[in-house]
Design a protein around this ligand. Structure first.
Ligand SMILES: Cc1ncc(COP(=O)(O)O)c(C=O)c1O
Length: 379
């Protein structure tokens, strides 16, 4: 954890808005994931924070990667460029999953040379893959309950359980190998039951596929969703891991490979933002601060991720309920209407913690304001 005083110093030294990444935290998160889920191969979901330095740190830790676009694939690929073609090919097969169920033809054509593992969730996509990336291995993404997740994904992705084995058999008919099943219980899932139900569903689909003559599946991809501890109501990771380990042991023989695609869990607590007050007003009787970072920038998770990031002051003093706005001309650019803050002045610095996931990653250039400068510490 970076101390408040260090963060303040970084803000002064580098200027604001500043996005700080603590690589010790990245390593700690990855090791915690591996410690409590030893059977699970962890594929960092690059979309959560695609900074090449972050990918590099996870690469050095031995992580695998979930990519969802060609640019994300290339960020990972940079790390393995020096390998021999054979070693690189093996590495890609072992350590990358292209986990976007819908892929442009151009992407499939580019990916094909790498013989990648890719996900799909419908017949149309399978036909496309068989034509444009016939060397790919495929994994069927299932629609599973996302109950209570902060970010719901099942309305957009996943095959209905009733059509799963038909799709697996279609893949086989098209000359593709369906290596296994994947799912996503929704991001920031604190309802562990989602994993329990999804694993039971996978087990029943494995059995149905075998009964209907298809026995080549050997992997289960349990996706992402592992919650970051934004507050104390989120149970420790080891408690979720205990539930998952129990279900894996009960339902899947040891020779079934298990993978996961953690994004948020690995990066959320490694990111901080420091910004400064650029204007102030009293609106409807409430102190209101305009800062030089907002929801079009590092606080983009307020909109896209349905996440809240408390804005804190370095300064001490009696607090009042205040509003905090971003710097753009759009009235949507509201970070919070209710922060307890001391009286702030122009140029005072403020900060937020736990803002490493789906934040800088979805920052825009809206209104001409560029994304925050990035500083890496403990790299
Ligand atoms: C296919 C897939 N895998 C993994 C992730 C990462 O999820 P999380 O950040 O909840 O771990 C996502 C997030 O949207 C996803 O769509």
């Amino acid at each position: 954890m970076i101390s408040k005083s260090f963060l303040q110093r970084l803000g002064r030294e580098h200027g604001t808005p500043l996005f700080v990444v603590d690589h010790d935290a990245l390593r700690r998160n990855y090791r915690e994931f591996k410690k409590y889920l030893p059977r699970v191969q962890a594929y960092f979901a690059v979309k959560a924070n695609p900074l090449p330095e972050i990918v590099r740190t996870f690469y050095q830790e031995g992580a695998s990667f979930d990519v969802a676009s060609m640019p994300e694939f290339n960020i990972v690929y940079e790390n393995i460029q020096g390998m021999s073609p054979k070693a690189r090919q093996d590495w890609i097969w072992d350590k990358i999953i292209y986990a976007n169920p819908n892929k442009p033809v151009e992407t499939l054509e580019e990916l094909n040379q790498y013989k990648p593992l890719v996900t799909f969730d419908n017949a149309e996509e399978l036909v496309k893959i068989s034509k444009h990336a016939p060397q790919a291995g495929v994994a069927l993404r299932l629609k599973v309950a996302n109950t209570g997740a902060m970010v719901e994904l099942s309305s957009k992705f996943g095959a209905a359980p009733g059509e799963a084995v038909d799709l697996i058999l279609l893949a086989d008919k098209l000359g593709l190998t369906c290596e296994g099943l994947s799912f996503h219980v929704g991001s920031q899932t604190t309802n562990f039951e989602n994993y329990v139900q999804a694993l039971a569903l996978c087990s029943s689909i494995f059995n149905e596929a075998r009964d209907r003559g298809y026995a080549k599946m050997n992997l289960v991809d349990i996706g992402g969703g592992f919650p970051a501890r934004y507050d104390d109501t989120v149970k420790p990771f080891r408690e979720l891991a205990r539930v998952i380990n129990h279900e894996l042991g009960r339902l899947f023989p040891k020779d079934i490979q298990v993978l996961a695609e953690p994004g948020r869990f690995l990066v959320a607590n490694a990111g901080y933002t420091v910004s400064k007050v650029i204007g102030k007003a009293v609106r409807d009787g409430k102190p209101s601060y305009y800062i030089n970072d907002g929801v079009y920038h590092t606080y983009s998770g307020v909109i896209f991720d349905h996440c809240k990031y408390p804005v804190r002051a370095f300064k001490r003093g009696a607090t009042r309920l205040s509003a905090v706005y971003g710097p753009t001309c759009d009235a949507l650019d509201v970070i919070s209407m209710a922060e307890n803050l001391p009286e702030l002045n122009r140029d005072d610095l403020v900060y937020s913690e736990l803002i490493g996931a789906y934040s800088h990653a979805s920052s825009t250039h809206f209104n001409g304001f560029p994304p925050a400068k990035v500083v890496h510490v403990n790299m």
